[in-house]
Structure formats: structure tokens, C-alpha cells
Design a protein around this ligand. Structure first.
Ligand code: FAD
Ligand code: FES
Ligand code: MG
Length: 281
């Protein structure tokens, strides 16, 4: 059991929780994640570690309620327990002084990179964060990213916040005006990461994509998170989750992820219905 010792609501369906996990807090580094099960009926879901407090023995998780498991997690209150949290899993990202680092995130991708972004800034890099969402309401961690970045540029599809358009339009413009970028880290929807990768490849900019395929065991056993990188089969949970974007087969990744969508939607509808009529979840 892992107790939630603090809970904050960061936005509509965005929660930040601090969870007791002393062994994980001792070892975890930026880029790593945990796999948790909310309760005995729950599936295992991966969440990125967004920070640690080694002295307190806690880890921070930031998540968006998008379905049944994250929905159930979001219902837990301070003082309540998560059934189990396993980690740290995956490989830490290499935090070096590259110079001008550009983080490009879409939607919940901001939660994936938050701790990494902070670490790049602390290492002395100039940090430009480009954040995108379909509309203003879906933009997450804007305040938090502004605190740790030298520049934050926002793009929304409908123009409700920042400039109207995509993060990739911002990237094209940054490169177009001669803004030198030494390193790009991207996380979010697969088509966005693919486009970012296509653009930076043309300009020879080192780019890392933080991938989030379906993960089940998180230990390289189930094959759920299989991804092709440079014609080699990799498992994102043990070989990643961060990879050289220019070598990732994004088209294959998109096809594999789409396979699960309709089952998950039905499961979430069922959870919301049970909550509405007051049944045990
Ligand atoms: P569902 O309705 O089951 O699924 C909604 C969508 O979430 C799916 O369409 C799929 O794209 C994704 N998803 C579902 N099950 C899984 C699974 N087992 N593994 C991976 N993705 C899944 N989300 C955050 O909000 N914050 C994070 O910090 C974060 N970090 C992640 C780190 C990694 C390495 C990975 C792989 C995913 C991360 N995610 C994060 C995504 C998160 O795991 C999913 O949102 C969550 O599993 C959804 O479960 P659900 O039952 O609530 O929704
Ligand atoms: Fe099972 Fe990666 S999650 S192999
Ligand atoms: Mg689910």
C-alpha cells in the first residue's frame, strides 16, 4: 500500500499527488516511471515520476483523468492508499548541458517531461518550452512550465490561448528565424512527435521522443510496449521510454496504439455510469 499524502487539483481532470514510496524516492531519476494498481480490481498503469522528495520518502505524480484507471486514481483522497506502486522503471534521460534546449509537448505530454525539463534547466541549459493543446481548457502545467523555462510559447488549435496553430508551426518558425536549437525533447500525441521529428531531422537537431505506448507489466515480459527503433524491436518499458526520435517508426506505433481505443472508451463510460448511480467502482 502507498499512501497519498498530498493531493492538488491543477486543472480540469488534472491532479497532482504526492505518494509515499521511500524506496522509489531514493533511486528515481528524471525520465523514469512507475506502474501502479489503484485497487484489486484495477489494471496496471504507467505514470511518469514528476519529482521526488528523498528525505520525506515521497514521489510526485501528475496525471490526467482520461479513462477508468486514472479516473479511479483521481477519486482517491489525501490519506487514502493506492494498492501498489512499482518502480522506478525505465531509463533516466541523459541530462547534459546542450545549450538551447527546446521541449515540445502536446496535451498530457507536459506531465511526462516536467521533471526532465526542470533537470535540463538546473543543468544550465536555456530552456524554451513549446506547449500545445486543442484548446485553452486542455492546456496543462502552464504555470509550472513557466516557472522553470526561460521562454514558454503556447499554441492552441482553435486560438483560444497563445497562437492559433500547432506546436510544430512554432518549431518551424523558431528554426526559420534562425533560433539555434541544440536539443529537442518531445512528448505527446504520436502524430505530433512524428512531425517534430521530421522537422528536426531535416535540420540535424538531436531529438528525443518520450514514448508512451500501452504498457502492462513494465518489465519487458508482455511485449505490449513494442516499438521499432532504427529497424530494431525495442520495448519502451525497459529500453526507453525515451528514444532517438529520428529512428522511431511512428506509423507502426500509431497503429498499435489505436488497437486498444474502443475497449478503453467502453470501460470508462461504465465507471462514470456506476459513479453517477452511486455503485461501488
Ligand atoms: P483508458 O481509457 O484505459 O485509456 C485512455 C488512453 O490511455 C488510451 O487510449 C491509451 O492511449 C492510454 N493507455 C491506456 N492504458 C494504458 C497503459 N496500460 N499503458 C499506457 N497507456 C495506456 N499519463 C499521465 O497523465 N501522466 C503521466 O505522467 C503519464 N506518464 C506515462 C508514462 C509512460 C511511460 C506511459 C507509457 C504512459 C504514461 N501516461 C501518463 C499515460 C497513462 O498511462 C494513461 O493515460 C493511462 O494508462 C490511462 O488509463 P485509463 O484506464 O485511465 O484510461
Ligand atoms: Fe510489457 Fe513493456 S510493458 S514489455
Ligand atoms: Mg484503462
Amino acid at each position: 500500500m502507498n499512501k497519498i499524502i498530498k493531493k492538488e487539483v491543477l486543472g480540469e481532470k488534472i491532479k497532482k499527488i504526492e505518494v509515499e514510496a521511500p524506496l522509489i524516492a531514493k533511486k528515481a531519476l528524471p525520465g523514469q516511471f512507475i506502474v501502479l494498481r489503484v485497487d484489486e480490481k484495477g489494471e496496471r498503469i504507467p505514470l511518469t515520476i514528476a519529482g521526488i522528495d528523498a528525505e520525506k520518502g515521497t514521489i510526485t505524480l501528475i496525471f490526467q483523468e482520461v479513462g477508468t484507471s486514472t479516473g479511479k486514481l483521481g477519486m482517491l483522497k489525501e490519506g487514502e492508499d493506492i494498492l501498489n506502486v512499482v518502480g522506478p522503471l525505465g531509463n533516466p534521460v541523459e541530462i547534459e548541458k546542450y545549450g538551447r534546449v527546446c521541449i515540445i509537448v502536446g496535451g498530457v505530454g507536459a506531465a511526462f517531461v516536467y521533471w526532465m525539463a526542470k533537470a535540463f534547466k538546473e543543468k544550465g541549459n536555456y530552456l524554451i518550452t513549446v506547449m500545445g493543446a486543442r484548446n485553452e481548457k486542455l492546456l496543462i502545467l502552464e504555470k509550472e512550465m513557466k516557472k522553470i523555462s526561460d521562454e514558454v510559447i503556447i499554441a492552441t488549435d482553435d486560438g483560444s490561448k497563445g497562437r492559433k496553430g500547432f506546436t510544430t508551426d512554432v518549431l518551424t518558425d523558431l528554426i526559420g528565424i534562425g533560433d539555434k536549437l541544440d536539443y529537442v525533447l518531445t512528448a505527446g500525441p504520436i502524430p505530433m512527435m512524428k512531425k517534430v521529428s521530421d522537422i528536426t531531422k531535416k535540420h540535424g537537431i538531436k531529438t528525443i521522443a518520450s514514448l508512451n505506448p500501452i504498457m502492462v507489466d513494465g518489465t519487458g515480459m508482455c511485449g505490449g510496449c513494442r516499438v521499432t527503433v532504427g529497424k530494431e524491436v525495442k520495448f519502451a518499458c525497459v529500453d526507453g521510454p525515451d528514444f532517438d526520435a529520428h529512428s522511431v517508426d511512428f506509423d507502426e506505433l500509431l497503429k498499435r496504439t489505436a488497437l486498444y481505443k474502443s475497449h478503453e472508451g467502453k470501460s470508462y463510460e461504465k465507471l462514470l455510469h456506476r459513479c453517477k448511480i452511486g455503485l461501488d467502482t
